[in-house]
Design a protein around this ligand. Structure first.
Ligand code: BGC
Length: 456
């Protein structure tokens, strides 16, 4: 008999993307300046990106063919408010057309208000390193929601405040390129406070909307599980990267010792209707007294394991499906099961598409396992629909279900795209699909499901 892992009725199948990475022509934000300063490791420039500003609809059509019923994108604040206090109605009109198109194709628009980029004028005022700037973000959020609420009822305020703060202010790898731990902490706090204030503002304008934000969760395991030093270095990294932001957003207080430096977040409790989970990979951590900036934990990629294409900064690492299960369980437990979860990003850099079909199926099987053990996961958004401009790595890593030639803008759907379409259509992983796309995964996917209750 065919074995099948069926997903709950109404499960959302979609993809995720961001404005800077897909639209093209965004020359009024701090990432454009970063590019001009020569920080893109490949020396490329984002320029036309995946050409969504002109032609997003042709990719929406490909998503529709995959029978997706959701699509996550972000709005570009620097287009909507190019100068402080000046709104560009034509930019919002373009988004109106895009969101209307998605709805016509029966895809639920899921909209992020801030996905790493912000207008130059805002960055020049100190961005989120200055708490007084929160009001600008809230004003922008209000303006957008007032204008587009008839088309969208699912808002993510800020994408990955933990990545934005750590990459921009601790590691210096994203703009503004600082390396300052105290600033990292205060920027994290300001971002979460900005989320809270935007949450209340949106709630007032659109009481029925689902409002939340997305955190990036990474697994950190000890390089040598028998070494107490490796174990504590790994759990410290995990606490700092994953749980301190989640705990602060839930309770208003950062864990010790950050709590001694940072004032609590005001009115944080209850300011999300769902947990947005972005998950990609895990690191192994080895205690190393020579890396104080990484709190004495050197991050390594496990040997002899399936990997993503490395990228120029070697940041993409291991393909580790069980990590998604562990993260979903941990988020659910740490939040005492208070809200539904959405996987708002999960993806693989695999230009040849020779690991992605298997990887997607295994991550979906882990999602299914989490659901069967009681975690209310309501949707899966794959990063990404089409190849796009991957921040400092430019076009050197490819996350798309659909390949793009950035020079001709031609589209070439990868095998993963047809596979993802079949899964979405069936609302299930069937043994037949796994056999066709990743026969080597049949046992790992269906073998371990025995004994768990079925989803009906
Ligand atoms: C970000 C995306 C990025 C992806 C792959 C996530 O942290 O939200 O913008 O493309 O990782 O690196």
């Amino acid at each position: 008999m065919q074995r099948v892992l069926r997903f709950p009725k109404g499960f959302l199948w979609g993809t995720a993307s961001s404005s800077y990475q897909c639209e093209g022509g965004n020359t009024n934000n701090q990432w454009y300046r970063w590019e001009q300063q020569g920080h893109i490791l490949s020396g490329e420039q984002c320029e036309g990106a995946s050409n969504w500003w002109e032609q997003a609809e042709r990719d929406f059509e490909l998503a529709e063919q995959m029978e997706n019923n959701a699509l996550r994108l972000s709005l570009e604040w620097s287009r909507i408010e190019p100068e402080e206090g000046h709104w560009d109605g034509s930019a919002l009109e373009r988004y109106r057309i895009m969101l209307t198109d998605l709805r016509k194709r029966r895809m639920k628009p899921m909209v992020t208000l801030h996905h790493f980029t912000e207008p130059l004028w805002f960055a020049d005022r100190g961005g989120f390193s200055n708490e007084a700037n929160i009001r600008f973000f809230v004003r922008y959020a209000k303006h957008v929601v007032e204008t587009l609420r008839d088309l969208c009822d699912f808002w993510m305020t800020i994408n990955e405040p933990n990545v934005y703060a750590i990459q921009g202010y601790e590691l210096g790898a994203f703009p503004p390129g600082e390396q300052n731990i105290a600033r990292t902490l205060s920027v994290s706090r300001t971002l979460l406070q900005a989320h809270v204030e935007a949450f209340y503002a949106i709630r007032r304008i659109q009481p029925e909307a689902q409002i939340g934000y997305c955190l990036h969760y990474r697994l950190f395991d000890p390089a040598n599980p028998l070494s107490p030093l490796d174990r504590s270095a790994a759990s410290l990294q995990e606490m700092l990267f994953n749980w301190s932001a989640l705990q602060a957003a839930e309770s208003g207080r950062f864990p010790f010792p950050a709590s001694t430096l940072l004032p609590p977040i005001v009115k944080a409790a209850g300011t999300r209707d769902f947990h947005g989970v972005n998950y990609y990979t895990r690191n192994m951590v080895r205690f190393d007294p020579t890396v104080p900036a990484e709190v004495f934990g050197r991050r390594l990629v496990r040997r002899n394991t399936r990997r993503n294409d490395p990228g120029l900064d070697e940041n993409f690492g291991e393909i580790y499906p069980e990590g998604l299960y562990r993260v979903l369980k941990a988020v659910h437990q740490r939040t005492r099961g208070n809200k539904p979860l959405y996987i708002t990003e999960n993806g693989f850099s695999d230009a040849q598409d020779d690991r992605r079909p298997h990887a997607i199926l295994e991550h979906l099987a882990m999602t299914h396992r989490a659901i069967r053990t009681g975690v209310p996961v309501r949707g899966y958004l794959h990063w990404s629909l089409v190849d796009n401009f991957e921040w400092n790595n430019g076009w050197q890593v490819r996350f798309g279900l659909i390949e793009i030639d950035p020079y001709t803008q031609e589209r070439f759907p990868r095998r993963s795209a047809s596979m993802y379409g079949e899964v979405a259509r069936a609302n299930a992983i069937t043994e037949e699909i796994v056999e066709r796309y990743a026969p080597e995964a049949v046992e790992s996917i269906f073998g371990r499901m025995q004994g768990l209750p079925l989803i009906v």
